[in-house]
Write a protein that binds this ligand. Sequence first.
Ligand SMILES: C[S@@+](CC[C@H](N)C(=O)[O-])C[C@H]1O[C@@H](n2cnc3c(N)ncnc32)[C@H](O)[C@@H]1O
Length: 219
Amino acid sequence: MTVRLEGFHAVKHALRFAPELVDCVTVNDIEAVRRLAAQLAPDVIELLLERATVGEVEHPTGVEGLARRPAEDRNILTTRRTPLVLLDEPRHPGNAGAVVRVAAAAGASGVAMTGTLDPWHPAVVRGSAGLHFALPVLRVAAAEVAGPLIVLDAEGGQFDTVPDDAVLVIGSERSGVGSELRARADAVVRLPMRPGVSSLNLATATAAVLYAWRLTHRN
Ligand SMILES: C[S@@+](CC[C@H](N)C(=O)[O-])C[C@H]1O[C@@H](n2cnc3c(N)ncnc32)[C@H](O)[C@@H]1O
């Protein structure tokens, strides 16, 4: 299936992590893009220019692309060496994209999502800056995911360590983690907050817990 890459950063990361999947790049102005790449990502200049054709581009960076989705690795749903992030029915593409971005940065095994949001929607890929190409990103049914299930909830118990093979379950913007995953939780934990603050944004909560794991287990 084809994935639209909107903007320089999405194209850059797709080229860096999966160049074989990037079929074409459209640019407003070859020289301007060459300068941008020289400044921000010299490692991908050659890959970018060999695919680039000049055309109309809406994105303000003057760069767009088309790529193919990687083959799905569903093994991470049951076996993994680093935490898997499971978003339970996320609604906002920008939030889901921000989760993919931090999951890639922190070295998570992948990002799985339940619900109706297409994890590969162009707005989600834009939100991840194209880091979908750095780790598996899948739509799943909650029942497919196995392992120590740690549900993140502002009303949960005290945060403990995160096992390397944990499934970190993060709830939706409006209603948090649903009953199906809650019923299977090995732990329901909170990130402490100052009194009066109701909750963190879901991508912020994901970042905090992934880096709590990363900084203690994988310096
Ligand atoms: C915006 S919050 C959802 C708020 C929602 N009204 C609720 O009832 O949970 C999105 C998700 O981020 C995570 N989250 C936000 N703040 C958190 C906190 N302080 N501790 C643990 N998880 C948190 C939870 O997984 C939550 O479901």
